[in-house]
Design a binder for this molecule. Structure first.
Ligand code: BT5
Length: 262
């Protein structure tokens, strides 16, 4: 199947107000998030998108890597200039993961779920990861870059991660990446507007799809480990963890990493 990334094809019928007005397609780059950060620093407008066919230094959170052979995945980053207080930056990642789940549902007819704070899963395995990098200034989010990687083809899944990762093609006819990107960007704009205007509605949608809420979890929190009950996610995207002594901790998404379950 012909599946060449093309900015015009992504934009055709996109229907957004501001997201995706400028789309840069790269055959190869280090990391689209690094490109997005450079564009944000250079003053490019909110909604600028970078898409790459291949990343040579794709990044996950906390220095981890995101791997995908050329032409097998949808890898993109979006520059944002949201009007949000710093404490609400976590909403951006929730919005991104929900939009990826929505695009996968719409494009493939699948029923993905989300895993706090930044994964989209199909049948318990990760099909998409989100990396949000926010630049804070004066207690506000000055700009942010959201990076989204979706495993489209079977070959996108690193063989050593096969037990924990999956692709759209493993579950359905894979969509053309231009179509998936269009669906993703359209949905992302909707969720970002909700993140700014109605964060409680965003949190409610997250609760509906989240696999972490209501479970006993073990969380890597900085250098320590917290065991507790994942009670909820609040409207700023923080995890409410009920500790064995009854205390509740509100953890920011960037502080949370789960071990040992998906
Ligand atoms: C993430 O980090 O899940 C965020 C991934 C974001 C990737 C996008 S691609 C476009 C943009 N540009 C970038 O440079 N990054 C973003 P984290 O939760 O830290 O998960 C990283 C872990 O996922 C790795 O340590 C691997 O175990 C696993 N992993 C790596 N490649 C994977 C893949 N293709 N599919 C599933 N899991 C993968």
């Amino acid at each position: 199947m012909e599946d060449t990334l093309n900015a015009e094809a992504i934009r055709r019928g996109l229907g957004t107000d501001w997201l995706g007005r400028r789309i840069e397609v790269k055959a190869q780059t280090g990391s689209t998030n690094d490109d997005g950060v450079a564009l944000a620093r250079a003053g490019k407008p909110a909604g600028t998108v970078v898409v790459a066919d291949h990343q040579t230094a794709g990044r996950g959170r906390r220095g981890r890597s995101w791997l995908a052979p050329p032409g097998t995945a949808l890898l993109l980053s979006v520059v944002l200039r949201p009007d949000l207080p710093a404490r609400a930056a976590g909403r951006l990642g929730l919005a991104a993961a929900l939009s990826a789940a929505d695009a996968i549902r719409g494009a493939c007819g699948l029923a993905p779920v989300v895993k706090y704070p930044n994964d989209v899963l199909l049948e318990g395995r990760k099909v998409c990861g989100v990396l949000t990098e926010a630049h804070l200034s004066g207690g506000r989010v000055a700009w942010a870059v959201i990076g989204i990687g979706i495993n489209v083809r079977r070959e996108s899944v690193p063989p050593e991660l096969a037990a924990h990762a999956t692709s759209l093609e493993a579950h359905a006819a894979p969509p053309a990446r231009n179509n998936l990107a269009r669906a993703l960007l359209a949905s992302l704009e909707t969720y970002l507007v909700r993140a700014a205007d109605d964060p409680e509605a965003l949190a409610a949608e997250w609760r509906d799809l989240d696999t972490v809420r209501g479970r006993q979890v073990s969380v890597a929190f900085g250098a320590t480990r917290l065991e507790g009950f994942a009670a909820d996610v609040d409207e700023d995207g923080r995890l409410l963890l009920r500790l064995p002594d009854g205390r509740e901790e509100r953890l920011s998404p960037e502080d949370v990493s789960f071990r040992g379950f998906s």
